[in-house]
Design a protein around this ligand. Structure first.
Ligand code: GCU
Ligand code: CA
Length: 727
């Protein structure tokens, strides 16, 4: 959080992934657990609240006790931070007080001298308050003494620590500081069994020499370890600090170079200007950028660590406090699309995210408990009322607007889900809930025999179709290179889908940080595996994250060959130049679906119940069925329909009516005995032959429901022709 050391140990990371996959026994030293049960809480989290708050929080205090007394007399309360985290719908807090730029203070009554320690146990209070609400507290630790005299004051007390250890230790050296902080890790572990773990800024040679991380896992098997800015294989999570320069700006995952299922976090500041900590200012919070980051991270299973600048008394400056209040209400109605989901279009399945039609961009999420429940998050709406999303093989059965429950018209063909009649775009995130009936048309990858023209050792072609996203085919830095699918017998082939390893950024971030994704490609087919002829498809893929789908002219063939001519990385990025890695690839024999919005079910008024004195008439034209219902001209006159629903849901329902007078005939809409709309207007339609529709969204139970339209004025109800409800 204070400097950008770029030590991306990609080779080590890859080795670690391999070791993690094949070694079952815990080893004594660094061991990568890409997936481990202790990570369950983090994996189940959407976001965290990051708190930089220490002795140098404005106004800076040089006296430890003076700072502590101002914190307490200012009214600091652990509950406040927990409440604010809950407003952000976050599941964890990271407390950065032992921070190089904030005075290295320990907000607990430490027995180890060396820097400020408080008498009051702020950390313990926070852990308990968070725990009471089901949240976890993670402690930030720094590796770095270089800011020991920041602000012209010496924050580290080598003499006191030396006296405690019985030998001379210089805390301003990296090793001396490493030993001091090493002791603090153990003190924190002893004191706080309920701590969630440590969030570690980079790394320290003393810690590594002394096997700190494996000792932490041994002593506190429930703790997680997060690593800022570098990928130390033994740590559970890699955090990516405040990346900018993406387009769209909110699309944080584009700049992430860690491939899931490794736990990934993105940490970013909510204040638009100023420091990570409170510097006396009240910067604004860009709602669109912040919500876009939160949502696009969720769309890639990346945890969002949202930094806010607590003041000395813990309270946030007004603009951040206001954002939290806003976020609390805003996120509530779309919670199910962000919590309990994985990012869609990656290893968890789901619809294709990213750039859609007509300027649209967004992400998708997919429910962890129901692989047929998807959410399309439209962060940048199209400039039309139509949205087209690649279906990734899912057969779509229904689409609704998550906020309103309104049904969205859809059709599906050629691998694309088309949603029409949109346009009431939310300012930040329009969420469309898509239900599906599984994937169809995918040729079972276990039936392929794979081969490649080049492969790195241990990363043969078979890994590209083994169903495991931790294994991958690696071209051994060879381009052009071919990956070949033998289907065993001739089959109809319609498209090729590829998930490349998400271990590079998706754009040219710098000369040495580039995308390793496929650029120019050719696809060939063959019946004998010898004669390939000319390509059936050539093209260029954009450098985008998530599944890439290459449509082919449908053909029946036994052999398919993907030739990758070039990748996006320039030669300046020596790590990624000509490097091609494919986690998983598959072939589609046919596109999914062909489904479209189910037709609404019409319930004729003449078949419904109605109040005494009502008649079924036919003396005006334009009605459907065998007539329409004419209720008495009296308040309370009604027609009541019975409507069956397959599920409990909120559904739009439409009344067809005519009012040949020029006087409004208001009526209540009463569903299952509850008035859901009182005195809704049924104004004159011009004549008794002119019928109009009135639609509103109502809650329906699974099974039978009653829907009554009851007049509230002496004119009675308008003439009623029917009620329509989408199944
Ligand atoms: C007229 C009209 C009826 C209508 C009635 C009313 O009689 O023909 O169809 O129901 O007015 O005022 O309700
Ligand atoms: Ca694989």
């Amino acid at each position: 959080m204070r400097r950008r050391r770029r030590l991306y140990l990609s080779v080590l990371a890859v080795l670690a992934l391999l070791l993690g996959a094949v070694i079952a026994l815990p080893g004594p030293a660094a061991r990568a657990d890409v997936i481990h049960p202790r990570q369950d809480f983090l994996r189940g989290s959407t976001s965290g609240l990051f708190l930089h708050w220490g002795q140098r929080t404005a106004p800076a205090h040089t006296s430890c006790s003076g700072w502590e007394s101002d914190v307490t007399s200012g009214g600091w309360s652990a509950d406040y931070w927990v409440q604010e985290a809950q407003k952000l719908h976050s599941q964890y807090l990271v407390l950065a007080t032992f921070h190089s730029r904030l005075g290295y203070a320990r907000p607990w009554p430490s027995k180890i001298p060396g820097s400020c320690a408080t008498k009051r146990d702020f950390l313990g209070e926070l852990i308990a308050a968070a725990r009471a609400k089901g949240l976890k507290t993670i402690l930030y630790m720094t590796d770095d003494p270089q800011w020991h005299d920041e602000g012209g004051h010496e924050w580290l007390d080598s003499a006191a620590y030396s006296a405690y250890k019985g030998r001379d230790i210089d805390l301003t050296t990296r090793d001396g500081f490493g030993e001091y902080s090493y002791d603090l890790f153990f003190e924190a572990m002893d004191r706080y069994p309920d701590l969630g773990g440590f969030w570690i800024d980079n790394d320290n040679a003393y810690w590594e020499r002394n096997n700190l991380y494996s000792k932490i896992y041994e002593k506190r098997p429930n703790y997680t370890l997060s690593n800022n800015n570098e990928d130390t294989p033994i740590m559970d999570m890699v955090s990516n600090e405040q990346k900018t320069g993406m387009s769209p700006a909110y699309d944080y995952p584009q700049a992430v170079y860690t491939s899931a299922p490794r736990l990934i976090e993105a940490d970013f500041k909510l204040p638009s200007t100023g420091a990570w900590w409170y510097d006396g200012s009240n910067p604004s919070v860009d709602r669109k950028l912040t919500l876009g980051r939160l949502v696009s991270n969720a769309g890639s299973s990346v945890k969002a660590l949202m930094a806010e600048t607590a003041q000395v008394n813990g309270k946030f400056p007004a603009n951040q406090a206001a954002f939290n209040d806003f976020a609390s209400g805003y996120l509530g109605p779309i919670r199910e699309s962000l919590n309990g989901v994985e990012g869609g279009g990656y290893l968890h399945g789901g619809l294709k995210p990213g750039f859609w039609n007509d300027g649209a961009h967004g992400v998708t999420t997919v429910s962890k408990s129901d692989p047929n429940r998807h959410y399309v998050h439209v962060l940048t709406p199209p400039n039309t009322s139509t949205l087209k999303v690649r279906d990734n093989g899912y057969k779509v059965t229904g689409v609704t607007d998550l906020r309103t429950g309104a049904a969205i018209s859809f059709s599906q063909s050629g691998g694309t889900l088309t949603l029409t009649g949109l346009g009431d775009w939310d300012a930040y995130d329009t969420v469309l809930k898509v239900t599906t009936a599984d994937r169809e048309g995918i040729i079972d990858p276990s039936s392929y025999t794979m081969s490649a023209s080049a492969s790195a050792s241990g990363h043969g072609a078979a890994a590209a179709t083994d169903g495991d996203y931790q294994t991958y085919w690696d071209s051994n830095k060879t381009t052009p290179v071919s990956l070949r699918f033998d289907l065993g017998s001739a089959k109809r082939v319609q498209y090729l889908a590829v998930n490349q390893r998400e271990d590079s950024v998706s754009y040219a971030r710098s000369g040495t940080e580039q995308s390793a994704r496929i650029k120019d490609y050719r696809v060939y087919v063959s019946s004998d595996g010898t004669n390939w002829g000319s390509p059936v498809k050539t093209g260029t893929l954009p450098s985008h994250r998530g599944v890439a789908i290459v449509d082919l002219p449908a053909t029946t063939t036994r052999q398919v060959r993907l030739e990758v001519v070039t990748t996006h990385a320039a030669s300046t990025d020596t790590t990624r130049y000509q490097r091609l890695r494919i986690d998983e690839a598959w072939l589609g024999t046919a596109y999914a679906g062909g489904g479209s919005t189910p037709a609404p079910v019409r319930y004729e008024a003449e078949s419904a119940a109605s109040s005494a004195g009502s008649t079924v008439d036919t003396d005006h034209t334009g009605y459907s069925g065998t007539g329409f219902v004419n209720t008495p001209n009296a308040a309370g006159a009604y027609v009541e329909w019975r409507v069956d629903s397959a599920s409990a849901r909120s559904a739009p329902i439409t009344f067809r009516y005519a009012n040949g007078t020029t006087t409004d005939r208001p009526a209540d809409v009463i569903v299952n005995g509850t008035t859901v709309a009182a005195g809704r207007s049924f104004a004159g339609t011009g004549s008794w032959d002119t019928w109009a529709d009135f639609t509103l969204t109502v809650p329906l139970n699974a099974g039978p429901n009653t829907v009554r339209l009851a007049a509230t004025s002496a004119g009675g109800a308008p003439n009623l022709d029917y009620l329509e409800v989408r199944p």
